[in-house]
Write a new protein. Structure first.
Ligand code: ATP
Length: 372
């Protein structure tokens, strides 16, 4: 049974209290992260938030200053990369230009002195996985960017790692190809059941592929959850603003539990949700409302959560219309509605932007930064 337990946990990754410090700066700070076996998890955040450093510590290219890292329930923080059951696909997936596709994919296995027959079988299998079976004899220069990327993936999969680490592997591809590869990669991951830890600064990419998204901010984990949870229930204004489009308002909190309101220029916003953190009446707060919850109308209802505005522009976003308005206070409010819905479209028209109370997310503005 020990063997079975190990098999089931082969793809688990756990970071506990992990920090990496350069000089006086924390690249990663006190990070706790548990990745389940077979999970597709994305580390998401802006440049410099510590995602690559986190990935490199899991891969063994970087060592934590504090904390522990386990893979398959075994401590690995002191092991070099080749002793860990992981493989990494880097951003620059440089293939050896003088070796054929098959030789590129076989390189690691040859290095480990794997028997020739087995190398041949496993290379064929890995190329099949990335749908490049017929390209074995090509040279890298004869491949498109997307094809080279798949070969880099095959090269990482040929060792059958329990965990695959991917550092912005699609950043060199154009948008259309990237979107195709996102779907392919997700399907491949599901077929293989391999744990994928994927670094990206692209929130759409993370939303499309991940079982869970770990949003990072200044070396810390800000929020972790399924795409729908980080989108619908952001735990901070930072997450609310980083994922998807958002209208932000700044104002002052009033009311109390069950009926919080925020006075903002042009109106009173009321929320049926509990504010994040510890709300105090009279404190400054940020409010976030998604464009898809904003309704545009020519006649006022007189209710709360309504702000008078001037229609500025309407643009087609495929299946939706994006409407931009400006309030008399100079605040931009964006709305998005299905093309089937009849909305005012005349630039310069007086309109009223409104939304339901459960679309109003309130984030009390943190006062002083808390240092631990
Ligand atoms: P990017 O998307 O730009 O790669 P990232 O989120 O992956 O960003 P990291 O590369 O992990 O961020 O960097 C986190 C922080 O640590 C940054 O402030 C960076 O400048 C710093 N850093 C990373 N590597 C080193 C290093 N070798 N020496 C000093 N500082 C470093």
């Amino acid at each position: 049974t020990t063997h079975l337990v190990d098999e089931a946990r082969a793809g688990e990754v756990t970071l506990s209290g992990v920090s990496r410090i350069y000089g006086k700066n924390y690249a990663v700070r006190d990070l706790d992260l548990h990745v389940n076996a077979g999970e597709f998890i994305s580390l998401l955040g802006p440049s410099g938030c510590g995602k690559t450093t986190t990935l490199r510590m899991i891969g063994g290219f970087e060592y934590p200053d504090t904390g522990s890292i386990s893979i398959a329930a075994k401590h690995v923080e002191a092991l070099p990369p080749h002793k860990r059951p992981v493989n990494t696909v880097f951003q620059a997936y440089a293939l050896f230009p003088h070796l054929s596709v098959a030789q590129n994919v076989a390189y690691g296995l040859r290095y480990q002195k794997t028997p020739k027959n087995e190398v041949r079988e496993r290379v064929a299998e890995a190329l099949q996985m990335v749908r490049m079976g017929t390209f074995a004899e090509r040279m890298p220069a004869q491949l498109s960017g997307g094809q080279q990327q798949r070969i880099a993936l095959a090269r990482a999969l040929v060792n059958r790692p329990a965990v695959l680490l991917l550092d912005e592997p699609m950043s060199a591809l154009d948008r259309k190809l990237r979107e195709e590869m996102q779907i392919e990669l997700k399907l491949l991951q599901q077929q293989l059941g391999t744990t994928f830890v994927f670094v990206t600064h692209d929130q759409e990419e993370a939303m499309t592929m991940s079982d869970r998204i770990a949003v990072m901010n200044s070396g810390r984990l800000e929020q972790i959850g399924p795409p729908s949870a980080v989108y619908d229930d952001p735990s901070s204004a930072y997450v609310a603003g980083f994922i998807g489009q958002q209208n932000f308002f700044t104002g002052t909190l009033s009311g109390g539990p069950g009926a919080w309101t925020v006075e903002v220029p042009g109106g009173t916003l009321v929320s049926s949700r509990e504010p994040a953190g510890s709300p105090v009446a009279g404190a400054p707060a940020e409010v976030a409302v998604r464009p898809e919850h904003v309704r545009i109308s020519e006649t006022p209802s007189g209710d709360r959560n309504e702000i008078r505005s001037t229609l500025m522009s309407v643009s087609q976003l495929g299946s939706a219309l994006q409407i931009v308005t400006i309030t008399p206070d100079g605040l931009k409010i964006m709305a998005r509605s299905p093309r089937s819905v009849d909305v005012p479209t005349t630039p310069g028209a007086d309109v009223y932007c409104s939304w339901p109370a459960d679309a109003v997310h309130v984030f009390p503005t943190p006062t002083a930064p808390t240092e631990s």
